[in-house]
Design a protein around this ligand. Structure first.
Ligand code: C5P
Length: 307
């Protein structure tokens, strides 16, 4: 009698996931659950983290790349929580080694942690053969965080609710961006708390997407997009980190079409006309000492992709 052939060890799975910039972030009043209703227009940009899932005896996380000393390598990492959530739903053990290669600024308002969670979910689904349909993956993403579904989907999308209810948006061209990465991160809950403090005496309107902004995306016109970029969290981010205004001013003086804080910050984003202008703005920011490092990227970029 021949011995049964052991099941083959599944090959590692690597998923690449983009960063995002919010081209409109309209924030409503705090809801009873503490979250804020949003009209959140996400644009994925071509800075990517990679997550590789390999079979292991237990859940383990390692990381390499930019600022990895600033991310937790235990079960508080959102990528670990993604693996645990998928495993729990399918009644299996979350035995996987997740290796994260970071290129997205950490705690920078560019959804780096959300990207890693979406990447881990897709990679584990393929590694474990759980075969979760897209709708289940999106629901799991929404449980993990408000920005995680967009990391899976990429492109451009309008996020309603707390940002997790997505409608894909048409984009008619490629937009060129420069990002100034600040020293240290900003905590998203702290920025929302500061928003609440700054708006305590005002009647915060219900957040609505800007028709002019959606039209600018659809036509691919950077000048029109520049005229309609808004971020309701920007005053709160600047209140917590006043030094960001120097980076905004530097990029604008160097020829950016528009400048704004990316999401909850502290990364600042500069929309530029073309690659030449991107180099000019990037050089000026780098030379100014107003930021730690400068990145350039274009959007839209595709969502989480298995390599
Ligand atoms: O959903 P996520 O875990 O990324 O949210 C982090 C924090 O950001 C929340 O705990 C909340 O304080 C704040 N937040 C919010 N309204 C949103 C999204 C996030 O107040 N729509």
């Amino acid at each position: 009698m021949t011995a049964p052939t052991p099941a083959p060890t599944p090959a590692p799975v690597t998923v690449r996931v983009p960063a995002k910039v919010n081209v409109q972030l309209a924030v409503g009043a705090a809801r009873p659950d503490g979250f804020h209703d949003l009209a959140n227009v996400f644009l994925a940009v071509g800075l990517y983290d990679q997550v590789t899932a390999t079979p292991a005896d237990a859940l383990r996380i390692t990381a390499e790349g930019h600022d990895v000393d600033q991310i937790p390598l235990d079960r508080t990492n959102l990528a670990a929580r993604a693996a645990e959530l998928l495993a729990a739903r399918h009644g299996i053990e979350p035995n996987v080694h997740l290796h994260i290669t970071k290129d997205i600024p950490v705690a920078g308002g560019m959804a780096g942690g959300s990207a890693d969670a979406a990447g881990a979910l897709l990679a584990c689904d393929a590694l474990w053969g759980t075969g979760a349909p897209r709708s289940e993956l999106l629901a799991l993403c929404a449980e993990l965080g408000s920005d995680v579904p967009f990391s899976l989907v990429g492109g451009a999308a309008l996020g309603r609710g707390r940002g997790e209810l997505l409608t894909p948006l048409p984009v008619g061209g490629t937009f060129h961006w420069v990002f100034a990465v600040a020293d240290g991160g900003l905590s998203t809950p702290a920025v929302y708390r500061e928003f609440d403090r700054l708006t305590a005496d005002t009647d915060v309107p219900a957040p609505e997407p800007s028709p002019a902004l959606l039209a600018a995306l659809e036509t691919g016109d950077p000048t029109a997009l520049a005229a309609s970029l808004t971020n309701d969290l920007q005053p709160a981010a600047l209140s917590l980190r006043p030094s960001l205004s120097a980076a905004l001013a530097t990029g604008t003086a160097a020829g950016a079409l528009a400048a704004l804080v990316s999401g909850s910050g502290p990364t600042t984003a500069f929309l530029v006309e073309d690659p030449g202008s991107a180099r000019q703005v990037a050089d000026a920011l780098q030379a100014s000492g107003t930021c730690r490092t400068v990145r350039t990227a274009t959007g839209p970029a595709p969502g989480a992709t298995t390599l």
